[in-house]
Design a protein around this ligand. Structure first.
Ligand SMILES: N[C@@H](CCC(=O)N[C@@H](CS)C(=O)NCC(=O)O)C(=O)O
Length: 206
């Protein structure tokens, strides 16, 4: 088995964290780095979208980080990470889908401007709008975590916590005028108790 994608990518980190929770042994090639550009035809043959991560398991080639995480959990029979009953599984997946759509879109501009310092993200009004929308979206997570007092869907750590934990890490790694979110802050500390999060999430890299 092989993971393709540089470890600075939040979507690659989802796979690294999930694989570590499961205890998988696999090869890792940092595609998306200078030495391994995503324009390389060999990479495009695996993912015509030109994005990381990509997971190769024999003849099975997968893209989309959340899909790869679900595949790994299902293959390992880790029903704690991804339950099999339709309702419990959907409860995990709805948070994963929300992270990949609404939440990620909210923080992208602010993160690229304030952390990556990317010149294409220099519009102050858009930075402030992104921070405000990010805080508004995380207010939904704050309410949920205040309710569960533990993980996103309840007392059990699931794949929803992998993907949301990495977004929360970006929130706390980004400077700016941000509201206090005490339940989210407590969750961040709770996740930090996990060795796999310390290795692939809260590891000094934003
Ligand atoms: N929906 C995809 C998004 C993948 C994605 O946007 N990956 C970024 C890195 S986080 C990427 O490959 N960007 C192109 C680049 O870095 O050149 C997923 O969840 O895997």
């Amino acid at each position: 088995m092989k993971l393709l994608g540089r470890a600075a990518s939040i979507n690659v980190r989802k796979v690294l964290w999930t694989a570590a929770e499961i205890g998988l042994v696999f090869e890792h090639e940092p595609w998306g780095s200078e030495a391994l550009p995503l324009s390389d035809p060999a990479f495009r043959a695996l993912n015509p979208l030109g994005l990381v991560p990509v997971w190769v398991d024999g003849a099975t080639v997968l893209r989309e980080s959340n899909t790869i995480c679900r595949y790994l959990a299902a293959q390992a029979g880790r029903t704690d990470l991804l339950p099999t009953s339709p309702a419990a599984r959907a409860a995990v997946e709805q948070w994963m889908d929300w992270q990949a759509t609404e939440l990620n879109n909210a923080w992208r501009y602010a993160f690229m401007a304030l952390v990556r310092r990317h010149p294409a993200y220099a519009d102050e009004a858009q930075v402030l709008a992104s921070l405000a929308e990010w805080a508004r979206q995380l207010g939904v997570l704050e309410a949920q975590l205040a309710h569960t007092g533990a993980f996103v869907t309840g007392p059990v750590f699931t794949l929803a916590d992998v993907v949301l934990g990495l977004s929360v890490h970006r929130w706390f790694s980004t400077p700016g005028d941000k509201p206090a979110l005490p339940a989210v802050a407590a969750y961040y500390e709770r996740l930090t108790e996990r060795p796999a999060f310390r290795a692939h999430g809260r590891n000094g890299q934003p």
